[in-house]
Ligand binder design. Structure first.
Ligand code: LIP
Length: 274
């Protein structure tokens, strides 16, 4: 019998909690860089790799016919039509520095592992430092530690607390930062918290009124986007496209419309944050 979305969420949550315990233990023991990736500051720690290996093994035991698509190891297609999209430690730099804003992010999607076409069925984002568990199933709403959460509604742009983030390349960061100068005059304030999955969950529970970023990887947003959407946020790319590396925006619909319009205008005037 096919697993229900609730069954899938139970698997995601159970494994994310167990993986988070390992990540936190390794953090206490001390974290070391295993390698750098796209740039010298795009690092992977030994714990990233160990945690992903744990998640991968537990998923293979629980769901042997499903595919796997994780940040730190090779993708593997399955035969069930489902794929697990995993960021073992989202907010890696925060993790390296001991900043307690990192998460284990696990989503299960139907269809190809492509954020432009997949259908997310269930997702869990666990912050091992706070112990908070953000969860959602498609059509089932979003929860924080079992309590329903909702996006902040009817927030005027000049009262909006907006999260964002930056890439690992200095030239990309400079371009991304250009949009902040005009934006800061339009909103309450900006926050750069350092983990996209938790930024999206922050929108889902009202700790941020909006979040946008360009350059995210599929595993950064797979679970958090479902959680924010199930909490009532509009979660989108440009022009209603699904969230992707090109652009990810999450907010209550009217605020999302304002921000997309503003960011599009900023792009046309050379402040596009690309
Ligand atoms: C991080 C994202 C964050 C982004 C960082 C980085 P990682 O993912 O969660 O939003 O601004 O540049 O991509 O690398 O920690 O898994």
């Amino acid at each position: 019998m096919d697993a229900t979305r609730t069954d899938l969420l139970e698997t995601a949550t159970r494994i994310a909690v167990q993986a988070g315990e390992l990540a936190r233990t390794r953090r206490i023991e001390g974290v070391s860089v295993a390698a750098s990736k796209s740039t010298a500051v795009d690092i992977v720690t030994h714990a990233d790799r160990e945690v992903e290996a744990l998640i991968r093994g537990l998923l293979a035991d629980a769901r042997p016919d499903d595919g796997f698509f994780g940040e730190e190891s090779d993708a593997e297609p399955g035969t069930s039509g489902l794929t697990w999209v995993v960021d073992p430690i989202d907010g890696t730099v925060n993790y390296l520095y001991g900043i307690p804003q990192y998460a284990v992010s696990i989503a299960v999607v139907e269809g190809d592992p492509d954020p432009l076409t997949w259908s997310a069925l269930a997702g869990a984002v666990v912050n091992p430092e706070s112990g908070e568990r953000f969860t959602a199933t498609a059509g089932g709403g979003a929860l924080l530690d079992g309590r329903q959460i909702r996006v902040s509604a009817d927030v005027a742009p000049d009262r909006a607390l907006v999260g964002t983030g930056f890439g690992y390349r200095a030239d990309v960061r400079l371009e991304q930062a250009r949009v902040l100068v005009p934006l800061l005059g339009e909103v309450r304030d900006i926050r750069r918290l350092g983990a996209a999955s938790l930024d999206l969950c922050a929108v889902a529970c009202g700790r941020l009124d909006a979040y946008f970023e360009r350059g995210l990887q599929p595993w950064d947003h797979a679970a958090g986007a479902l959680i924010a959407r199930e909490a009532g946020a509009r979660v989108t790319g440009w022009d209603g496209a699904p969230p992707s590396a090109d652009f990810t925006l999450a907010a209550d619909a009217p605020l999302a419309e304002f921000l997309e319009s503003f960011l599009t205008m900023a792009a046309s005037t050379g402040h596009d944050g690309t």
